[in-house]
Structures are given as structure tokens and as C-alpha cells.
Design a protein around this ligand. Sequence first.
Ligand SMILES: Nc1ncnc2c1ncn2[C@@H]1O[C@H](COP(=O)(O)OS(=O)(=O)O)[C@@H](OP(=O)(O)O)[C@H]1O
Length: 331
Amino acid sequence: MQTSQPSMPKYIKEDELSQECKSLLSTLSTESGWVSSATTLYNYQGFWHHARQLQGVLSCQKHFQAQDTDILLVTTPKSGTTWLKAILFSLLNRTRFQPTQDDHPLLSNNPHTLEPFLEPSLYLKDENPDLSSFASPRLFSTHLPYISLPKSVQDSKCKLVYLCRNPKDIFISFWAYTNKFRLQDVGTNSLEEVFKKFCEGVSLYGPFWDHMLGYWHESLKNPENVYFLTYEEMKEQPDLHLRKLADFLGCPFSPKEVKENMVDAILKICSFDNMSNLKVNKEGKLPSGINNSAFFRKGEVGDWKNYLTTEMVERLDKICEEKLDGSGLKF
Ligand SMILES: Nc1ncnc2c1ncn2[C@@H]1O[C@H](COP(=O)(O)OS(=O)(=O)O)[C@@H](OP(=O)(O)O)[C@H]1O
């Protein structure tokens, strides 16, 4: 009997690699991957990548030309990217699309379609994509660590919004997500196995601590251009943090907008309840083959308590303490 296999996202596949990428891969250290033993992670500039996605990284580093007006959302996977993409899109387009209007683009499009990723999407599909249809301010997102950003980003005045999340929740979200792509005949990824690797820094775009610290330090050095925000802060005081975000991006809410509840309207359309129940997010797929529903699980703070043992919590807390020591960043 035939079983329907989950479709593997394109960035995991190892076909269609350029010669440049193949030559580079042969020089990099490797780890067996998290989706199945057949996939491999490669360490490039100190961070772990899949082969195909690494090709997107190389193309992006070579060809992406940042503009001073660009806005880049940066996250390590599973930090709440989908949510913040929706928020940034609604915030920046609030005059064109009222968040209360029945035909708002977010009601019929997944946020990943409206605000594409650079390296795992645009530059994975095309070595040098034509970005001329993106109106200014262009809104993109990336999982790239600071050290691997295209030089043009570091040289420009473009604004970076970094969304961070408690590593324990990132881990659980990540583990649950990997199991969605795990081929049925190899069973689920064991929590213990993925946890061990995560603690060793081996996860997609990991080590998570180096990813976070790169942007944390940059946000302290260059607060005009790098804004550091956490999922937990956003959950606890969404109103306050949305206003701060608007100020940082140079599009503060006017007194009239505040009076007309614009802040609430944006938060409402982007809420987990609203977005996860939309037809497009329940039934739709991204061009990469991923089901839109894969980006919505629980959307809560602290779900790790339902999965991690006391020993696991102690181990991860200790790693965070040691790795983040002296930085001022804490979980
Ligand atoms: N609107 C909204 N509000 C709050 N939380 C949300 C929202 N949308 C998605 N999520 C939760 O974010 C987690 C997915 O992370 P990412 O979006 O970063 O995934 S990805 O990196 O783009 O693959 C994943 O977290 P977990 O539920 O803990 O797994 C999603 O449920």
C-alpha cells in the first residue's frame, strides 16, 4: 500500500547544486542532519546549513544589494518569524491596507509569501533574482547570522529587526517542526537525539547562542540600525513593543491612529488565533512545498515545560549561562 510522504522542503534537497557550491561543500565539516540520516548539515562561517540552502547563502552574499531604506527581519528559525513578518507587513502597509479591511493581503496570503526570505527562498530559487518589483521600503527576511550577511547590508544604513526567543521554546518548536518533514518510514526524530545536537550547537543556523550574540552585540553598538526584540516581550506587551517597532522603523503611530485603535487592529489580524484559522494557512502551501500550517503550532511561551526533563532544563540553562555570560542577554 502506498503511503503519502510529507514533501521535503527544497532547501533540504541536495540536487541542482552549482559547481561552486559542490567544491565548497567538500571543504566543510559536516554533521548528519535532523530530518533524516540522509541529510547533512555543513558548517559555513561557524554556522550549520543544508547544502541547497547554503547555495542560496552564497548567491545572496554575492548578489544582494541592500538599499539604505531596506528593512530586514532576522531570526534564528522558530523564533516567531511568521508572526513578526505579518506584523511588519501590516505595520509598513497600514495606509495602503487598513488592517480591518476584508481584503487585507494577510487574509489570503501566508506571511512568508508577502515578505520572502532571502537565502532560503529568493536566492535559492534564482542565483540573482530580479527584485525590481519590490517597492521601497523593501521588506525581506533572513536567518543569516550577522557574520554571514551580505557585505552590502553591513555597509548600508538599512534597518535590521532581530527577533529572539527563549532557546527552550525554540528547541521544542524546532523539534516538532522537524518531525513534520520526517519521512514516515524512519519514524519521528527522538527528542533526546535532537536535544543533544542542539546543545552542541548543531541545528539549522546554529549554534543558537552565537546567532543571538552576533545581533545582540550589534544592537548595542548600533541601536539606530539594529533593533533587538524577544518573542516573550512581544507576547507580554504587544502594544508597547509594536509602537517601539514603529518608532524604530521611522513610521510612528499618529495620535489619530492611536485614537482609532490602529495598534490593536494590527495585533488582531496578526494574532495566532486569527492567522492559524485562516483557510490559506490551514490548506495552502508555499512554493517550496511546505504546508502553511507547519508554521502554526501553539504560539505560546513556555511550552517546553510540557516536554523537557529537569536534567534537560538544567543542561540548557547552564549552556545559556555560560555562553551568554557577561553579554547582558539572559533567558
Ligand atoms: N501569529 C503568531 N503569534 C504567535 N506565535 C506564532 C504566530 N504564528 C506562528 N507562531 C509560532 O512561531 C513558531 C514558528 O516559528 P517561525 O515562524 O520562526 O518559523 S520559521 O523559522 O519561519 O520556520 C511556532 O511556535 P510553536 O507554537 O512554539 O511551535 C508558531 O506556532
